[in-house]
Design a protein around this ligand. Structure first.
Ligand code: DX5
Ligand code: ZN
Length: 213
């Protein structure tokens, strides 16, 4: 299991130190939640902040864009040093074009689905993807409760992946903790995002290790 702590739950006044701490504590990827106050009710940070943080670690920068019309900013996020750029299916009218652009920029391309969005909406584009991010909470805030029907969705996605012999990463984001990690792994999740579970624990290393199963 790859573990991607979300800095949404970090101390924003000490972001560089927080990233260094999770890097040392064994984080595989650094998850960056970009919110625009339109696609989701909350506003966080954008490409300039990511660019400034890029010098703090060599770990994979995993940008989760919860923004409307993300095409407007793909160049900026690529130039800021993001390795994965994940957009929401619900925010893209021409998803194929958006994914192609991310790849042209030399980055890994991901698509995220809200809890109420069906896997069928990305079936045609699965062969083009490096990652599928299944939201297990409604995006916008950290610390929400895991939505149980995500398990069935992960399993279904795993079957689609196997049947079509594809190799995208199956990532799950929202409400992940030491209690549900085993079932997530069993269903086929390969990478978890964890915000409050990691940053809410005084021992980041112990929290991250408990997710690496
Ligand atoms: C939610 C974000 C998540 C969030 C997860 O909109 O996409 O990455 O930080 O936080 P927890 O792990 O606290 O649910
Ligand atoms: Zn996220």
């Amino acid at each position: 299991m790859l573990v991607a702590p979300s800095i949404l739950s970090a101390d924003f006044s000490r972001l560089a130190e927080e990233i260094t701490a999770i890097d040392k504590a064994g984080a595989d990827w650094i998850h960056l939640d970009v919110m625009d106050g339109m696609f989701v009710p909350n506003i966080t940070f954008g490409a300039p902040v990511i660019k400034a943080l890029r010098k703090t670690t060599e770990k994979v920068f995993d940008a989760h864009l919860m923004i409307e019309k993300p095409d407007r900013y793909l160049e900026d996020f690529a130039a800021a040093g993001c390795d994965y750029i994940t957009v929401h299916q619900e925010a893209c009218v021409h998803l194929h074009r958006t994914i192609s652009r991310i790849k042209e920029l030399g980055k890994k391309a991901g698509v995220s689905l809200n809890p109420a969005t069906s896997l069928a909406t990305i079936e045609e584009i699965l062969p083009d993807l490096d990652m599928v991010l299944l939201m297990s909470v409604n995006p916008g805030f950290g610390g929400q409760k895991f939505i149980e029907n995500t398990y069935g969705k992960i399993l279904m996605l795993k079957r689609m992946k196997k049947e079509a012999k594809l190799d995208f990463v199956i990532q799950v984001d929202g409400g992940v903790n030491g209690q549900n990690i085993e079932k997530l792994a069993k269903m086929g999740c390969e990478c978890v995002v964890a915000g409050s579970y990691v940053f809410g624990n005084p021992d980041y290393k112990a929290a991250i290790e408990s997710l690496k199963i």
